[in-house]
Ligand binder design. Structure first.
Ligand code: FMN
Length: 213
């Protein structure tokens, strides 16, 4: 049975375009996969805590097998979020472009799921240099994003200023998810008709994808 995890990261509800496009994709995907399992995780309208000193101490504890019980509690939410990510082979992230990067709720989620020993590992080579290992396999991701301006996609005039989906590609790749597609609707701050066309095109692409995801 297919399992898909959807991360919504806009603080907006019904006004959010990335959320609406993602929900439209989910409808089409559920029609194509009626027996599939879907889990939604809200990180835009419900706060994921920023990581703390206690989290860092527990995450990088030198002997994880003997992590004291009291420190395990500092990783409880992170354990839950990592478990959720591991359980689903399909990942959808809906995301606004905020100040040329990912919204802070999504960044908080990222910091919770990049976990030593669970989603990545580190060893040292013969020179003592850090070597990173990706621990997730067999996953596929779809990023659905909405932007106020234009030209932030690959080859676009503002591509160099886009640190949102390129950042997600780096992070997901770092933990082992390389199969990533990005569908964007650009121009919410352009003329209404420009953005409407962009949303229609994004929705068309998402519906095409729904049967193969
Ligand atoms: C705090 C904030 C920062 C934003 N920063 C950018 C930006 O850097 N570049 C851009 O093109 N649009 C920017 N926008 C516009 C949003 O990307 C745009 O409104 C998008 O549609 C929001 O996604 P949503 O509809 O899913 O909430 C920003 C909007 C807000 C509220």
């Amino acid at each position: 049975m297919k399992k898909m995890l959807v991360i919504h990261s806009s603080p907006r509800g019904e006004r959010s375009h990335s959320r609406r496009l993602a929900e439209s994709f989910i409808d089409a995907w559920q029609t194509a996969n009626p027996d599939a399992q879907l889990t939604r995780r809200e990180v835009g309208r419900a706060a994921i805590p920023h990581i703390s000193e206690a989290f860092v101490a527990a995450n990088f504890y030198p002997e994880p097998q003997s992590l004291p019980k009291v420190m395990k509690a500092d990783l409880q939410l992170s354990d839950e979020l990592v478990g959720e990510l591991i359980e689903h082979e399909l990942l959808v992230i809906s995301m606004p472009l905020y100040n040329f990067g990912v919204p802070s709720g999504l960044k908080a989620w990222i910091d919770q799921i990049v976990r030593m020993g669970l989603t990545f590992d580190v060893t040292q080579d013969s020179q003592g240099m850090a070597q990173y290992h990706r621990l997730l396999t067999g996953k596929r991701a779809l990023i659905i994003t909405s932007r106020g301006g234009n030209g932030f996609g690959p080859g676009g005039e503002n591509a160099a200023m886009n640190h949102a989906d390129p950042h997600l590609r780096t992070i997901l790749g770092f933990i082992g998810i390389d199969d990533i597609q990005v569908i964007a609707a650009e121009g919410e701050e352009s003329d209404k008709s420009v953005f409407q066309r962009a949303c229609e095109e994004a929705e068309r692409q998402l519906h095409d994808l729904a049967g193969q995801f």
